[in-house]
Design a protein around this ligand. Structure first.
Ligand SMILES: [Zn+2]
Ligand SMILES: [Zn+2]
Length: 163
């Protein structure tokens, strides 16, 4: 185990942080930010960045704050919006399909093949239609692109407002 992993465990609080669930930690963190201005400012400086608005239609010149770390819809990883480049994201545009014959040997409809467990056990039997690659040889993807935010903008678009 690397030394850096052991450091936070050195104190009882460190151990408590390591043991608590994400949900609990989020709740604690929010309550700290709500009670303590100093902590809130520190959290904002680490978790928010100023948006660079390039849309020509945006008439408000106010600087908007947006989350710095967010999840990518393509590769499903967390990324930092300040360091997002065309090379950062690798993914398969198509999802993996169970195509390998091995999946069906001795399987008379007795068990599901299109499952995460089967993908783990027989990665070579799952192929991507986008590139013909399989999960074993190319698990990460055949396309490089920018990471894409799940919720690219908090302000509602005209279309979604009309609903
Ligand atoms: Zn692909
Ligand atoms: Zn991505």
């Amino acid at each position: 185990m690397p030394i850096t992993e052991e450091m936070p465990e050195a104190t009882t609080l460190g151990r408590a942080i390591n043991d608590a669930s994400d949900k609990t930690l989020r709740a604690v963190f929010k309550s700290i930010c709500a009670k303590n201005d100093e902590a809130r400012k520190e959290a904002e400086s680490q978790l928010l960045v100023t948006a660079t608005d390039t849309e020509e239609s945006s008439d408000n010149n106010k600087k908007r704050q947006v989350p710095r770390y967010t999840f990518c819809v393509n590769c499903e990883k967390e990324f930092d919006v300040t360091t997002n480049t065309e090379e950062n994201c690798r993914y398969h545009p198509a999802s993996s399909e169970p195509t390998g014959e091995d999946l069906y040997i001795d399987n008379y409809d007795e068990f599901e093949v299109d499952t995460d467990e089967m993908r783990e056990e027989f990665p070579e039997c799952f192929t991507f239609a986008c590139c013909d690659g399989n999960l074993k040889d190319n698990p990460y993807g055949c396309v490089s692109d920018f990471h894409r935010e799940q919720y690219p903008d908090q302000k509602a678009s005209k279309r979604s407002r009309a609903v």
